[in-house]
Design a protein around this ligand. Sequence first.
Ligand SMILES: O=C(O)CCC(=O)C(=O)O
Ligand SMILES: [Fe+2]
Length: 318
Amino acid sequence: MKIPTSQGIPIVDMSQHTTRWQEIVRELRQALQYTGFVYLVNHGIPEHIVNCAFQQSVKLFALPLEDKMKFERDLDDTFHGYTKPGLKVINPRSNTCLKELRESFDCNIYNGSSCPYPEDAGDFKPAMHALVSECKELAIVILKMLGDALDLSDQDYFLRHHKCLWKETVPNYTSLRSLFYPQITEDISGAIRFDEHTDYGTFTLLFQDDVGGLEVKTQDGKWIPATPIPGSIVVNTGDLLNSWSGGLYASTFHRVVVPQDEYRKQKPRQSIAFFVKPDNDTVVAPLVNPEIPSKIPEFQNITAGEHFKQRTMSTRRT
Ligand SMILES: O=C(O)CCC(=O)C(=O)O
Ligand SMILES: [Fe+2]
């Protein structure tokens, strides 16, 4: 089976997924196994809902810094809120520190409506929540497919550990993050838009604009561009799904670099990421290949909620 690719990253067509189920399951399995990244096209999320979330995000990030800082991300409890640009991040692998040229707003979806949003940002909150509803529906389909692809005897195993996707009151750190990368106007040595990392959870749905800069590390250590494909969603598997699948699904390093050419340096970049995470009380243990050691042994036998907290704090910005 030959799947079309864009510079090595597979493209999977989700149209008529109920009738083409097995074909798509096979393609997703192959794609996530080798690259850990895949573009989904014809995924069913209406374009106007995605565009609206992008447009309302522009309004939010245009607010004065002091207004946004009133909604600074709560790193003790909800992990909801605003992160200012220019903070330093610690790369736990290399123990190096880089300045990240991005700002972001994380929307907690657990009892989501109760978390605070800036009133002056117009319709940012309803626009993000409309996208959350769409992402939840797509995530349910993908979780079923990933379970099928692993041939699990309990086909709903993954679904049962992501109840937050249909029940808002189940404690879970699944979130929708809007990212804004300002235009580059000064010397940026020692800085990057988003330093290399893997995502922590089950998988991520990523919407990006047409500026580009997202890069993915291949198994042989090369960085390849995840060039924007209009209307597509980039899906990548996270560390917990890597463990759950006994290492089958790759959890791939990715980063966002500053574009080389002046024209694109002058443009801000936007993206929106829906991070699907298991319900907080889930203990993730390999379902297949239990003999293969987990890539993240230090987080074995702890719950998904604790895993997320520890990972977020270990890269805490200074
Ligand atoms: O902005 C992007 O394209 C990537 C964002 C990302 O990797 C993340 O938020 O984890
Ligand atoms: Fe990421």
